[in-house]
Design a protein. Structure first.
Lengths: 266, 217
């Protein structure tokens, strides 16, 4: 009799242990249970995600979007700040629930993480000191130093479009801008919205004419967080229908959100 | 995230190139840091007051500030004053000044540990102040400090990895770069193994040096 009780106890605890190992509890359930959504980002990329210079608080289009989602779930939002190239490993290792940033969609990344629906299309551009280059073609030359952030989609873009030029990468958007202003390299590759944000207070910079490519941004979750993925996609669809997304878009980019063009682009 | 020999073949040349950069930077900056670390405490022994004050300021600034901050200053800050130093030389300069300060304190301690009798004996032989240091005190002090010095030199090796943050394509940079391109840990694994090998060589050299230099009194 006693042996049977012990046997049952052992079996039950083994089952409990297995349920946590095989991930029967979902990421979304964890988030709701702990009352907190933990997103990872690189807070050096205005206007997408950055620290407000006055308050030091994390903000930006992507952060506010994540905040809206956390509010819709009824939980708090915690923002963890990483170097860009450390974000994907952090997501795979589940140190964060969600990668909330201006994350481009690529096939290579899609083999490691689960993309939510894209939320915006954004062209990629090349930024340089004004007057340095006339056209994008001039960048493809052996004596030009091209820069972007380590692990960004622009590393591939640089290798495709500017194979002759030398490529050097830096960890975050802050260093990207500092190096460009300090002439550490001739040109840097980034998204158009970020370039426009840089140029607001810096008339010495200019965007070279033409786009490098069209890019789309999406949040991402670990591959087995289906519930979270589906819930976020529903949320995104809902706020596009009820106008909240359009309001957020206009607030951050000063341009009207055109669902026909942008949704078709995505 | 499996190990892939294909990636090793594909990225092998880049990894080898980055290894040479790491080794070059280590050799150069370890040598220069040793020079700084030996010359500074020797100069302090000469007893020239204004010079001592300056050297003390140097030591406390570099011992009490992170190397990375100084590197960022050299790399991103100086260009705003119109001064350009190539990333490699930013690294050599940064490590030399930073580790030089630590080595200077190590060797200063070793110099202070030389018995008074040795100084007096050298004096009584008619050696000048500089000669006492050059022929009697510093050689003994360096020998006594070997374990501490070689320990500090392994830190120099670790310091070289910081250069990945100022666009220098050394080992850590390449490991990160390969990972960010392939999402495969092979590159990082190879780089880690290379570091282990480098440290093994360094430790072996330290042990040999210690045995060779040991003197039975």
């Amino acid at each position: 009799m006693k042996a049977r009780v012990i046997l049952i106890a052992v079996l039950v605890s083994a089952l409990l242990a297995m349920s946590s190992v095989f991930g029967i509890a979902s990421a979304l359930d964890d988030i709701l249970a702990r009352g907190k959504l933990i997103v990872g980002t690189d807070l050096t990329n205005p206007p997408w995600e950055y620290r407000d210079p006055n308050t030091g608080e994390a903000t930006g289009f992507a952060i506010e979007l994540a905040r809206m989602y956390a509010e819709a779930l009824g939980v708090e939002l915690e923002v963890k700040d990483y170097d860009w190239s450390a974000l994907l490993p952090a997501l795979v290792a589940k140190k964060i629930d969600m990668f909330a940033a201006n994350l481009s969609r690529t096939v290579a990344r899609s083999t490691k993480i689960l993309y939510c629906d894209a939320y915006v299309i954004a062209p990629g551009v090349a930024v340089a000191k004004a007057g340095k280059f006339e056209s994008l073609e001039e960048v493809n030359s052996p004596d030009v130093l091209v820069n972007t952030t380590t692990g960004s989609i622009f590393v591939d873009v640089a290798e495709q479009l500017f194979p002759e030029a030398e490529l050097i990468t830096v960890p975050t958007g802050a260093e990207q801008l500092a190096g460009l202003l300090g002439n550490r390299y001739d040109v840097t590759l980034t998204g158009k919205f970020q370039a426009l944000d840089w140029m607001k207070a810096r008339p010495e910079l200019e965007i070279l004419p033409g786009y490098l490519m069209m890019d789309s941004f999406a949040f991402a979750v670990p591959y087995d967080s289906f519930k979270l993925w589906s819930s976020f996609n529903v949320f995104l669809r809902m706020i596009k229908l009820d106008g909240q997304f359009g309001k957020l878009y206009e607030e951050w980019f000063g341009a009207e959100w055109d669902p026909v063009v942008i949704e078709h682009g995505i | 995230m499996e190990f892939s020999w294909q990636l090793v073949l594909k990225w092998g040349p880049s990894i080898l190139k980055s290894l040479t950069i790491t080794v070059e930077m280590f050799t150069l900056s370890a040598f220069l840091a040793l020079v700084v670390g030996t010359v500074v405490p020797a100069l302090m022994r000469l007893g020239i007051r204004p010079l001592n004050a300056l050297l003390r300021i140097y030591i406390s600034i570099f011992r009490n500030s992170p190397l990375l901050v100084f590197l960022f200053f050299l790399f991103y800050g100086l260009p705003f004053f119109g001064i350009y130093i190539a990333p490699f030389w930013c690294g050599v300069l940064g490590i030399t000044l930073n580790e030089g300060a630590f080595l200077a304190e190590i060797i200063r301690g070793a110099i202070q540990g030389i018995p008074r009798g040795d100084w007096e004996a050298a004096d009584s032989l008619g050696l000048g102040r500089f000669q006492v240091l050059r022929f009697v005190v510093v050689p003994q002090a360096l020998r006594n400090a070997i374990p501490a010095i070689t320990g500090q030199l392994s830190i120099v090796m670790k310091d070289t990895s910081l250069m990945s943050l100022i666009t220098l394509a050394e080992l850590t940079y390449i490991g990160n770069f390969i990972y960010s391109r392939t999402f495969n840990i092979t590159g990082l694994f190879i780089v880690a193994m290379i570091y282990v090998a480098l440290f093994a060589v360094l430790n072996l050299a330290a042990r040999v040096l210690e045995t060779r230099m040991r003197i039975r009194r």
